[in-house]
Design a protein around this ligand. Sequence first.
Ligand SMILES: Cc1cc2nc3c(=O)[nH]c(=O)nc-3n(C[C@H](O)[C@H](O)[C@H](O)COP(=O)(O)O)c2cc1C
Length: 174
Amino acid sequence: MNEVINSILTRRSIRKYKETQVSDEELNNILECAQYAPSGMNNQGWHFTVVQNKDMLKKIKTVVSEALTKPADFDPFYNSPTIIIVSNSSNITPEADSALAIENIFLSAHSLGLGSCWINILNGLRDNPKVQELFKELQIPENSTVYGSVSLGYNAGEEPSAPPRKTGTVTILK
Ligand SMILES: Cc1cc2nc3c(=O)[nH]c(=O)nc-3n(C[C@H](O)[C@H](O)[C@H](O)COP(=O)(O)O)c2cc1C
């Protein structure tokens, strides 16, 4: 099967990660693919904040757990060794552009043998003052809004099978 189609059909959200870190080469490949996503009026307003520092990963987990009053071991990022936070300063189509960049991250990661998952928690908490402080510490540009984040790493679990797809979602008029 065509490699791109195969990658699209076999990518799954991964929720268990090995400790092994993503290499710089893999990361750079993935970030380049992210930046080649289309964007409304070619705005390219995205910013990718990559966190691999263990103390900072722990801090993100702690701030989120406290904001949600969850137990300290709560980790919405599934202990992935890398987190990519996607923010965007476009005043045209920031959410759509961010989602397209994130899908490029997912597909390129999968084609390199890496697992990934969209993690929505940070955009849900982006107005929380403690989370805003965290964003400052992470050097997320002040003029950009967080639209999503990605857990990234090697899959430590089974290869999930695709959830059944809904039918009746296509109309073709010929
Ligand atoms: C906008 C968006 C937000 C999501 N947020 C989360 C999330 O916070 N945590 C999570 O585990 N999965 C999240 N997911 C992953 C979905 O649950 C997953 O894509 C869906 O169940 C289909 O599975 P698949 O990705 O393996 O095809 C999100 C997906 C999208 C598109």
